[in-house]
Ligand binder design. Structure first.
Ligand SMILES: *Cc1c(COP(=O)(O)O)cnc(C)c1O
Length: 467
């Protein structure tokens, strides 16, 4: 299996090179040269498989010859035994034809773990085989940092540094990062904003000498291996609800478009999906796109669902490439226009094609809190603010969809106690897995927002460890 860039100007690469490269050299994102296909009989046969067995069947064609099947199996088994639910992403029925897929049973209690636990192990495997090491650097305003640290901790071939804005992440989010006791995992509080952290990161990648000396790499949401790992649970849930004979729909709380794009990939691989419902908060650029075919950026607004406070969804480029019949030059032209003017429009037939499978919905914080309360009143189940947008989106489209709808429950409600209290009035204790976080020792460095200081710190840590 080869991968090509969405902008058409980068060399085609194998899975392992795409994994380590992240972004393509022309600034595009890698996608498979063709979509692996699963027949109705093969899909039906997934019914009797465990989550890890299903994952092996789905992921294997994407990896091709770059990792042996036995090694891939060991990676997958390791990734998914780290979840505290035997089914990894269990389905829970909420109402008639309405289901939650609980994606928060991993170590950091959010859906990022499902892909990150796989990604960290795959990275380590490929690096060890090549006799290489990398330094993963990331900036976080919340959940991704913890998921990345948990995925990379104690892996021989990886050092990981996560930058976060000092005093601007929640106590719980900070402790999830700073209490990890692993020699290769480092958190740095920057005296600045999240944007400052991202600028420091950009500076490191643009500093070729620094980048090459420490083999910088990233595990951000455009990494193809994350998409691959997320395709699995769409097949899994659909088969449990009667696929391939039944068409299932999914309602996905969306930020960077990685999760819902994985659903689209499953659809392209032969999974019968009726609709993919893209749920947005007040940052509703995708909602407006699916309505009228225009992408137009506006200011990022902070909401109760912070992991979706995004205006430019990086994985959207992969959908655009498909809507444009894989014309990389056209993708590059639209994205250049978007960068220059803050907007671009697609042709009527492109948006019509998108709307065959995608629909958008949006809810503000009032709608989010209302849905948390409604679901709690009706069923006793407490959902987090991101999940609430998924459920609200599912219900908004119930009337026009025949088959079952699965709303993706992307975070554990205990991670957002303030929003839950505002919605249902009662205090939620922290989830079991986080209950003792406040007792654990925190380790982090506080540094000025100064690239020379931060880079010198990273160099000292790595070289001090004798690597
Ligand atoms: C990251 C995240 C999302 C958004 O997922 P994308 O793949 O970026 O669209 C939604 N909910 C939660 C809790 C998340 O952490």
């Amino acid at each position: 299996m080869k991968y090509i860039s969405t902008r058409g100007q980068a060399p085609a690469l194998e899975f392992d090179d795409v994994l380590l490269a992240g972004l393509a050299s022309d600034g595009g994102l890698y996608v498979p040269e063709s979509w692996p296909q699963f027949s109705a009989e093969e899909i039906a046969s997934f019914k009797d498989l465990s989550y890890a067995e299903t994952a092996l069947r789905i992921i294997h064609p994407f990896v091709g010859e770059t990792i042996s099947e036995a090694d891939l199996k060991a990676i997958i088994d390791g990734a998914y035994c780290a979840f505290d639910a035997p089914d990894v992403v269990p389905l829970k029925q909420l109402g008639d034809g309405e289901y939650l897929m609980e994606m928060f049973h991993g170590p950091t209690l959010a859906f990022k773990d499902v892909a990150m636990q796989f990604l960290g192990r795959v990275f380590d495997h490929v690096l060890n085989r090549r006799g290489e090491r990398v330094t993963i650097v990331g900036a976080t305003s919340g959940d991704t940092g913890a998921a990345a640290i948990e995925a990379c901790r104690d892996r021989d071939a990886i050092d990981i540094f996560v930058l976060y804005p000092d005093g601007r992440v929640s106590d719980l989010q900070r402790r999830q990062m700073t209490t990890v006791d692993a020699a290769n995992a480092h958190t740095i509080a920057i005296r600045g904003t999240f944007d400052d952290c991202q600028d420091l990161l950009k500076g490191m990648f643009n500093d070729t000498a620094f980048r090459n000396r420490f083999h910088l790499s990233a595990v951000n949401s455009i990494n193809w291996a994350r998409i691959v790992a997320q395709i699995v649970y769409y097949f899994r849930a659909a088969v449990q609800l009667g696929a391939p004979d039944t068409k299932v729909s999914f309602a996905v709380p969306t930020g960077n478009f990685g999760n819902v794009f994985s659903g689209y990939a499953a659809h392209r691989m032969g999974l019968p999906i009726e609709k993919l419902i893209v749920g947005s908060n007040s940052n509703d650029i995708l909602y407006r796109f699916f309505l009228g075919g225009e992408m137009e950026i506006s200011q990022v607004r902070p909401t109760l669902s912070p992991s979706m406070d995004i205006q430019v969804s990086s994985n959207f480029e992969r959908l655009l490439f498909e809507l444009y019949d894989r014309d990389g030059a056209a993708v590059a032209a639209s994205l250049n226009e978007f960068r220059a003017s803050g907007k671009f429009r697609v042709e009527a037939d492109h948006i019509a094609k998108a709307r065959e499978i995608f629909v958008g919905e949006r809810f503000d914080d009032t709608g989010t809190k209302a849905m948390i309360k409604i679901v709690h009143d009706e069923t006793g189940v407490v959902i987090d603010p991101h999940t609430a947008i998924g459920v609200a989106a599912a219900r908004a489209r119930r009337g026009e969809i025949a088959g079952p709808i699965v709303a993706l429950a992307t975070a554990h409600p205990g991670k957002f106690p303030d929003a839950i209290t505002a919605a249902i009035g009662s205090e939620q204790g922290p989830p079991q897995a986080l209950a003792d976080l406040s007792q654990r020792r925190e380790q982090f460095e506080v540094l000025e927002n100064d690239s020379a200081v931060v880079q010198a710190h990273i160099a000292a840590v790595i070289e001090g460890a004798g690597k």
